[in-house]
Design a protein around this ligand. Structure first.
Ligand code: HSE
Length: 342
């Protein structure tokens, strides 16, 4: 499987690390033979149609920006769109930074990949939050697979769990902590009495927060994930503007102390119930399975037959999210092997 990697930030580097480590084992396990044939970033690209070796991937990581300075395969100035169009590959892995204004440049990368017959794996929430119904249709129209399991829950397979493991059941509602940064901030405030601002700075240092912190603290990131869950799991056709959203700016230490007296706490909860999609600070009992600490995410699926099922795991982090990319690549590999489109 030839792969074009577009975006070389924390997730992109995680993808090259994981694929290098897994080259041998996965080839043996399932006949999966991934080769990164190009990495495109804002300065240009590194291209080797025969595949960049693990040693070369490591050298690119060590040298850092600009990647196109690679003496053997560097192509300064070539755009990601040109790389997607001109380099032969089966899959484009799109991991550029999130933009919820117009979803660019990821939107153009993804649509270019579809139109040139390439499957897409992305961890980028922007295009999905703004145009998920249109993108899934475009993928179907072009007969390619579109996978994005790293967009919700990071490495924790929340979309996969709901789609595959709960396949025989009907999911009636979804509620969850979908943003690690705000959960970390609220946990620090309630357990360690750290101020909102100090907790945010720590979350940024630890690499959990988005480049633009408003994405996390004003609930946009969680709202993007609500949109993805609603479309993919509950067949709703909604976009970001349909989510009723409130962030955590107004949650004070005093409010958390008051909640603690009631054996509860405040969490930023995203939910899809009936026709309502919301993100808002919500008081929940400390005994609720959703009540997880730190950067953890948790999501509860209320099902018709099996009752409530809660999945908990790390929702942020480069290597964790990159593991979801590998999961999606393997899924595509399996689908291609059985020639099933769904
Ligand atoms: N900023 C996000 C979070 C990253 O804190 O959950 C993962 O989407």
């Amino acid at each position: 499987m030839r792969i074009i990697l577009v975006g070389y930030g924390v997730v992109g580097k995680g993808v090259t690390t994981i694929l290098s480590r897994r080259y041998v084992e996965k080839t043996r396990d399932v006949g999966f033979n991934p080769k990164i044939v190009a990495i495109a970033d804002i300065d240009g690209a590194v291209i080797n149609p025969r595949g960049l070796s693990p040693e070369k991937l490591e050298a690119i990581k060590q040298r850092g920006f600009p990647i196109s300075a690679d003496p053997d395969f560097g192509r300064p100035g070539i755009s990601a769109l040109d790389v997607i169009e001109s380099v032969e590959a089966e899959v484009v892995v799109e991991v550029t930074p999130v933009n919820i204004q117009n979803a660019e440049p990821a939107m153009s990368h993804i649509t270019k990949a579809f139109k040139t017959g390439k499957h897409v794996v992305t961890t980028n929430k922007g295009p999905l939050a703004l145009a998920m119904p249109a993108l899934t249709e475009l993928a179907e129209f072009n007969n390619v697979y579109f996978r994005f399991s790293g967009t919700v829950g990071g490495g924790t397979p929340m979309l996969e769990f709901a789609k595959r493991c709960l396949a025989g059941d009907k999911i009636l509602s979804i509620r969850g902590i979908l943003n690690g940064t705000t959960n970390y901030i609220l946990t620090e405030m309630s357990k360690n009495h750290v101020s909102f601002q100090d907790a945010l700075v720590n979350a940024q240092k630890l690499g959990y927060a988005e480049r633009e912190p408003s994405m996390d603290i004003d609930g946009f990131d969680a709202a993007c994930k609500v949109v993805i869950l609603a479309n993919w799991i509950m067949n709703k056709k909604i976009t970001l503007k349909d989510v009723d959203r409130t962030g955590i700016r107004d949650v004070s230490l005093q409010m958390l102390e008051e909640a603690a007296k009631r054996n509860s706490t405040l969490k930023l909860i995203g939910s899809i119930e009936g026709d309502r999609a919301t993100v808002k600070p919500t008081e929940i009992p400390l005994t609720n399975p959703l009540c997880v600490s730190g950067v953890l995410n948790a999501v509860t699926f209320q099902t018709e037959f099996a009752g409530e099922q809660t999945l908990i795991g790390k929702g942020a982090g480069g290597i964790e999210t990159a593991s979801a990319v590998l999961r999606d690549l393997l899924d595509i590999r399996r689908k291609l092997a059985t020639k099933l489109l769904n």
